[in-house]
Design a protein around this ligand. Structure first.
Ligand code: C2E
Ligand code: CA
Ligand code: CA
Ligand code: CA
Length: 276
């Protein structure tokens, strides 16, 4: 048993070294990523189930790293959270999104809402509300166009503080959605006490719909009865879409409609899909 333990340790350890080398490099590079303009926001459309039109888009970060190529958030967001850089990155995303909306307003493009993922650290950022208000003043963007996406794990860290911040964000006029719904713990009490406007059903439930759709239909009923807009994530097949439509799910998002795409592609897609 000892020998096995030792071997395991060796394998694990060398694996760790490679992994931590890359993490270490990335963590350092991340500090410069904003000023070097390596971060990019992609957008994934959210489609109104009834009209088939794009009503909003979720902003999803990508990091175009000069050495490692395009990196996905699963690799660098946790590193950004560890170092606290996420606060700066998060604020950068909010500003970019507001400036983009302002730009659409200036050139008279049809407007859609944009949702932004928030990390738990941002809820402890001292000047979060103040900075957001400042961005809104500068860009003159109607706050109703912005939706803040949060996961249940955010609240587990500090329920009282998150509730306070979410209420302030809601009173500014932002929409608030509960992301990855169903994967956390005590969702039901949160649903009643937090100022959510929408509920996003986690993609794992959508993927299981062909086996048993009853859970998804129940979540949609729950959301509707709480007057929440219900969004299905990770919709990949026409069959899933058809079922969700029958269950009165409000919005759908997933590869069936579009993967996350860049700004130009989004504008082109809006022009095609939202054209009567
Ligand atoms: P999320 O908020 O749950 O975002 C949805 C993820 O599902 C995205 O992965 C998206 O590309 C992917 N997805 C979309 N449609 C489908 C589909 O039909 N099938 C499948 N299998 N997947 C689909 P992505 O872009 O890699 O983002 C991963 C996570 O990173 C996000 O999960 C979010 O938690 C986080 N993230 C992304 N951008 C930001 C950001 O600006 N700030 C923060 N704090 N987190 C972010
Ligand atoms: Ca999200
Ligand atoms: Ca999600
Ligand atoms: Ca509804």
């Amino acid at each position: 048993a000892k020998k096995k333990g030792k071997n395991k340790y060796t394998v694990y350890h060398s694996g760790m070294n490679m992994q931590s080398y890359r993490s270490f490099m990335l963590q350092n590079d991340l500090r410069k990523a904003i000023e070097r303009q390596e971060l990019e926001i992609l957008f994934q459309p959210r489609v109104d189930t009834k009209t088939g039109k794009i009503v909003s888009a979720e902003s999803l970060l990508r990091w175009n790293h000069p050495k490692w190529g395009m990196l996905f958030p699963n690799e660098f967001i946790p590193l950004a959270e560890e170092t606290g850089i996420i606060v700066e990155i998060g604020e950068w995303v909010i500003r970019q999104v507001c400036e983009q909306l302002r730009n659409w307003m200036n050139i008279g493009k049809p407007l859609i809402g944009i949702s932004i993922n928030f990390s738990v650290q941002q809820f402890f950022q001292k000047n979060l509300i103040q900075n957001i208000k400042q961005i809104l003043i500068e860009t003159k963007v109607p706050p109703e166009l912005i939706e803040v996406e949060v996961t249940e794990s955010t609240f587990l860290k500090n329920e009282e503080n998150s509730l306070l911040v979410l209420r302030e964000l809601r009173s500014i006029g932002f929409q608030i959605s509960l992301d990855d719904f169903g994967t956390g713990y005590s969702s039901l009490s949160y649903l009643r006490h937090f100022p959510f406007t929408a509920l996003k059903i986690d993609k794992s439930f959508i993927q299981e719909m062909n086996v048993d759709p009853s859970l998804v239909s129940t979540i949609i009923k729950l959301g509707n009865s709480l007057k929440l807009s219900v969004v299905a994530e990770g919709v990949e097949t026409a069959e899933q879409f058809k079922l969700l439509k029958n269950y009165n799910c409000d919005e759908v998002q997933g590869y069936l409609f579009s993967p996350p795409i860049n700004l130009n592609e989004l504008e082109a897609l809006i022009a095609t899909m939202n054209n009567d």
